[in-house]
Design a protein around this ligand. Structure first.
Ligand code: FDA
Length: 307
């Protein structure tokens, strides 16, 4: 992994650096580029704007690595309030929610996090929408896939995320390429050791295409989460090769990243879903986005040297 990327991902765990970045001049404008706002109303407003442009959304209430059960409960309540609001405003068919198990208590008590995820899925069903379980670092992959299998026994539409940088992922994709299964395929955003993850970008891309083939060949609903222009071209070709019709798969991108490409794909008739994070705990999310793109890191370095 590129050393600057590793440094930024390591900084995501540092309180001192979090304080430096949070108070650095210009932070707000960078946060605003990637985060919809802090409140439920801000998130719903962004869903409405995206819907006006023919785009779907997946909303993420920011927060992760909760080790406090009252914080986990606040996160559940935030999702329940959000789902209510989407339903009340007639937007539940335009937006689903993405949930990190570590935000609802996975590190505290695995059973608590699965119970909390159950509550969010039950509310999503009542509102007429779906839930996708985000995937975090490799130490949580087994637990998250086990929780997914558990939730899917009641709600087969609960979505999974697979990361093509993990060596195990092609096998996980094969296990999940079944009817009704929704699988978001991404490259992966955490700093991972070489024994579990491919190191070179090219290897990660090749793995992405192999996993995409497995998902397209199977009976599920693949959700291709990438901004990579080369991969998007290859996916277009693979989709045609497997005879997949538009609407039997979708593209996904992050809020604030390649918005023109999001609109271009939607104008071509593709289903495009934008991942929209909101809430006060934006730090870990922002660090992963900065680490993805060297051009974004100037901001991060300025924040450090201005201390
Ligand atoms: P890559 O990083 O190679 O970027 C390709 C091109 O896209 C860049 O050259 C640039 O033009 C543009 N780009 C990408 N990121 C950018 C940025 N931050 N700012 C500006 N331009 C950028 N990961 C994970 O581990 N678990 C998860 O649950 C999820 N969930 C998820 C949902 C959705 C909808 C998306 C799109 C992504 C995720 N990810 C994720 C993140 C994912 O793993 C990955 O880190 C990013 O999508 C970046 O990878 P790309 O495929 O875009 O390629």
């Amino acid at each position: 992994m590129n050393p600057l990327r590793s440094l930024i991902l390591a900084a995501a765990g540092s309180d001192a650096i979090r304080r430096a970045v949070a108070t650095a001049p210009g932070t707000r404008s960078v946060v605003n580029r990637f985060v919809a706002g802090e409140s439920t109303a801000d998130a719903v407003e962004v869903v409405r704007q995206l819907a006006g442009e023919g785009l779907q959304a997946s909303l993420d209430y920011l927060g992760e690595h909760t080790t406090d059960s009252s914080q986990a409960e606040r996160t559940v309540q935030a999702y329940l309030a959000l789902l209510d609001r989407l339903h009340a405003e007639g937007l539940a068919d335009r937006a689903e929610v993405s949930v990190k198990l570590s935000a609802v208590g996975q590190e505290l008590d695995e059973k608590l996090s699965v119970d909390n995820a159950y509550r969010i899925c039950a509310a999503a069903e009542q509102c007429g929408t779906t839930v996708t379980l985000d995937m975090e670092d490799h130490t949580t992959t087994d637990a998250t896939l086990t929780a997914l299998a558990d939730l899917r026994r009641t709600w087969p539409w609960v979505g999974a995320v697979l990361q093509s940088y993990l060596r195990r992922t092609e096998a996980d994709a094969a296990a999940l390429a079944v009817p009704e299964s929704r699988v978001r395929l991404c490259k992966g955003a955490y700093a991972e050791p070489a024994d579990v993850a491919f190191e070179g970008g090219h290897q990660v891309d090749l793995s992405y295409v192999r996993c995409a083939n497995v998902l397209l060949e199977g009976g599920g609903y693949p959700m291709f989460a990438t901004h990579d222009p080369r991969l998007i071209d290859v996916l277009g070709e693979r989709v045609r090769w497997y005879g997949r019709k538009q609407g039997s798969y979708e593209y996904q991108m992050l809020y604030g990243v390649r918005p023109d490409e999001q609109r271009r794909l939607a104008a071509d008739g593709e289903t495009v879903r934008v991942y929209v994070p909101y809430g006060e705990q934006w730090y870990g999310y922002l660090m992963r986005r900065l680490a993805e793109r060297p051009a974004n890191t100037a901001f991060f370095l300025r924040a450090l040297v201005s201390r």
